[in-house]
Design a binder for this molecule. Sequence first.
Ligand code: DGY
Length: 316
Amino acid sequence: MSRPHLVVIPAVPDVVLARLRERADVTDVSSMPRAEWGAALADATGVLGGSGVPIDAAFLAQAPALRIVAMQSVGYDSVDLAALRERGVVLTNSRGSLTEAVADTAYWLVTAALRDYGRSMAWARDGRWLREGDAPYGHDLQGATLGIVGLGAIGAAVARRAQAGGMRVIYSNRHPRTDDAATGAAYRTFDQLLAEADCVVALVPLTPQTRRMFDAAAFARMKPTAYFVNAARGAVCDTAALLKALERKQIAGAALDVTDPEPLPPDHPLFAREDVLIVPHVGSATVETRTRMAMLAAENLLAFIDGKPLLTPVEV
Ligand code: DGY
């Protein structure tokens, strides 16, 4: 019997490719130009996908035999769910494998924003330390209020870190959770949270409802002393509105792991601002976590091939 053919889109560790090759023929297209993927996709049963490559109707048209897409990301906003549904293709994501790494990044961005570390780093590097002495002071985290927009598994892990550092944590979700006593975070409506938090951190998935939810009106509701952190998806924030809010000093600063567009061009005005710190979507980017994410995607593909229950299925 012929072995199923799997196509791997992002660069994954060798150990993951070796695991897949135990049961399937595998084509790693990670270093091939996009235009040359057609031959590999033509008879692919499964695809291991990453958040940078849209899986849409045009992609599916190239892969007529495709039956499963296994994402090595928790987010699947790059996947056209309706197109998958129409073709009967199943989907999995990598939830659970990156919670702590992303929470580390999100909480570090909260710390960096409140303490103004972006400006301090520039101050040391460009000689102002030598010429002018101390950098401007940041603010204590202890006693400050963190507003988490989207308290899922990653949000709860951020809340734990913040509470350990003495922060008060509030959150907004589509619906209040039933375990506020366990998370120690108090529910607020989105507008209440914006008005109350000293730092607002976005951790919502990107959906039609959350796209650009951080717009001019949202920034206008925040305190002028408050900071905005985005560790979700760039498009939950209206970039032009964020820039305007910073220019008008409606908010005190921002720290971003994700941007819209992504990557942000190096000449973008946000890069020129010392009240903004930007890192290039590194939330889950550790050797261990990225290996775990890719391996989970691989195990989902193998479970599918073997007719076993999927580990982390997503409803399409
Ligand atoms: C995710 O898993 O969605 C992270 O943002 C990495 O892409």
